[in-house]
Design a protein around this ligand. Structure first.
Ligand code: SAM
Length: 452
């Protein structure tokens, strides 16, 4: 390719001239913009919305900025976007954890030295390499000033009592490709441990209080946990009437054993939770849920429920409750035919299995496949589904799926008065005798999904 050197020169001349022109015009600029590429950063840091929000706000404050507002959003499965609005303009970020990369904008005006923020973030993000371009924005030589009565504006700022106060908008999102549930949370992180099985976090949302998140999925929250824990336990226990020996697989937050142990007939509860970090986190930060771990009738095992049930003695349990997380990571095997066949064998005759059943409106495939598995093992008319609401689960519509070994009838309540006496005595807030019957009523589209 022939290069016309004169043309190049002209370009350079033009560029140099342009630069001279720009710097002449831009010396008196309204803003300063540093465009930063942080590379080879720690992917976990790049995916930590609360940590990034804390560091971005810290970067602004370290450079002496006044923070007005911070809005940060975590995208599932990964990626964070956010902006810190400061009196001196803004700091913004978008991360690609899968590349260990963050695109950062430090836009400032006034005396603020944004390079201080740059240094702070480089440290926080453990960026092994980076590039940065600084440019002036808004040359007053190129702008026409409008006559503008700003007296009222100035007044407002001076009335500002508490410069420390700023509104935080940090969002936690649990989603699949097409649907999401977002909770605005305070940004406070009470517990954050990467266990051998999953990332265990206790966060705090404005609407639902403290919450347990495993990886990026909401597991339970202070304000709606009772929906789930009352419905996973009481319908089966009242159908059995006199259950004595119960097995709970999973349930590390402790809410399920709390409800089961309300029943006086129960003599022993064996709980097999794979991740001790979940128990530890909930005991410390969700004590009203995790309040039964010292109960004398409880035998707590930190172990894999899949191998435990494989070695369980046949005909041992009146009730097996599978309070597992979604079919990923350690819980994947909790949706297999082998696992439920072993559960069937470990149940007594006239025993009941109940499992966290996913949602007919969020992960339809897992929901339907689980029921087909249970129908295959227990019988096509022995695998009923109960539907109930959990506001902090995507779609809010969730299910428990049953396997009945024998001829018990979950849908027919023997003694509703006994149930409602128990309900008021224990102050239950979701379950009652009408809900017991209503929860097994399935809409037509669900009946379609469950057809084998
Ligand atoms: N309500 C939640 C839901 O619907 O997803 C479930 C809550 S409970 C915290 C789920 C528990 O199952 C977690 O503590 C997790 O560690 C545990 N778990 C996952 N796989 C397991 C396995 N193979 N054996 C025992 N526990 C398991």
């Amino acid at each position: 390719m022939d290069i016309d050197i004169n043309c190049v020169f002209n370009l350079v001349k033009k560029r140099n001239f342009a630069n001279i022109l720009i710097s002449k015009f831009m010396s008196n600029a309204l803003g300063n913009h540093i465009l930063v590429e942080f590379m080879n950063c720690d992917p976990h840091i790049m995916n930590d919305v609360a940590g990034i929000e804390r560091d971005m706000v810290g970067a602004a404050q370290k450079a002496g900025a006044t923070v007005i507002n911070s809005t940060f959003h975590h995208f599932s499965p990964y990626g964070v976007s956010g902006v810190v609005v400061i009196q001196e303009s803004h700091l913004a970020i978008h991360t690609w954890p899968e590349y260990g990369y963050a695109a950062v904008d430090l836009f400032t005006c006034g005396e603020m030295n944004a390079w201080i923020s740059f240094d702070h973030l480089k440290e926080c993000f453990k960026a092994k390499s980076y590039s940065a371009i600084e440019m002036k924005r808004g040359s007053v030589n190129l702008l026409t000033r409008n006559d503008f009565d700003i007296s009222t504006m100035r007044q407002k700022a001076s009335e500002w009592q508490n410069p420390e106060f700023y509104t935080r908008n940090v969002w936690f999102t649990d989603k699949d490709d097409n649907q999401a549930l977002s909770l605005r949370f305070t940004g406070e992180v009470f517990y954050d441990v990467q266990s051998p099985f999953q990332r265990v976090r206790i966060l705090e949302s404005y609407k639902y209080g403290k919450m347990l998140a495993l990886d990026d999925m909401v597991m339970t929250t202070q304000k709606d946990e009772f929906h789930y824990h009352e419905m996973i336990s009481h319908p089966a226990l009242f159908t059995l009437g006199n259950a004595k020996n119960i097995l709970v697989i999973g349930g590390g937050d402790g809410g399920t054993i709390r409800e089961v142990l309300r029943h006086e007939s129960v003599e022993k509860v064996t709980m097999v939770e794979i991740d001790g970090e979940v128990i530890k986190a909930c005991k410390e930060f969700l004590p009203e849920i995790a309040n039964s771990f010292d109960h004398p009738k409880l035998e707590l095992l930190v172990d894999d429920g899949i191998s435990f049930i494989k070695n369980a003695e046949a005909g041992t349990y009146d009730l097996i409750i599978v309070d597992g997380s979604d079919p990923v990571g350690p819980a994947e095997g909790l949706f297999s035919v082998e696992f439920y066949t072993n559960c069937y064998n470990a149940l007594k005759e006239n025993g009941i299995l109940v499992a966290q059943g996913e949602s007919p409106k969020f992960n339809e495939k897992a929901f339907a496949e689980l029921n087909h598995t249970l129908q295959g093992i227990f019988g096509s008319d022995k695998a009923p589904v109960s539907l109930f609401f959990v506001p902090t689960y995507p779609t809010g519509m969730w299910s428990f799926q049953y396997g009945i070994k024998g001829d018990l009838n979950l849908k027919k309540l023997a003694d509703s008065e006994q149930v409602d006496t128990f309900v008021s005595k224990n102050g239950l807030r979701y379950y009652n005798s009408e809900i017991h019957v209503g929860t097994f009523a399935t809409p037509n589209f669900v009946k379609e999904l469950l057809k084998k």
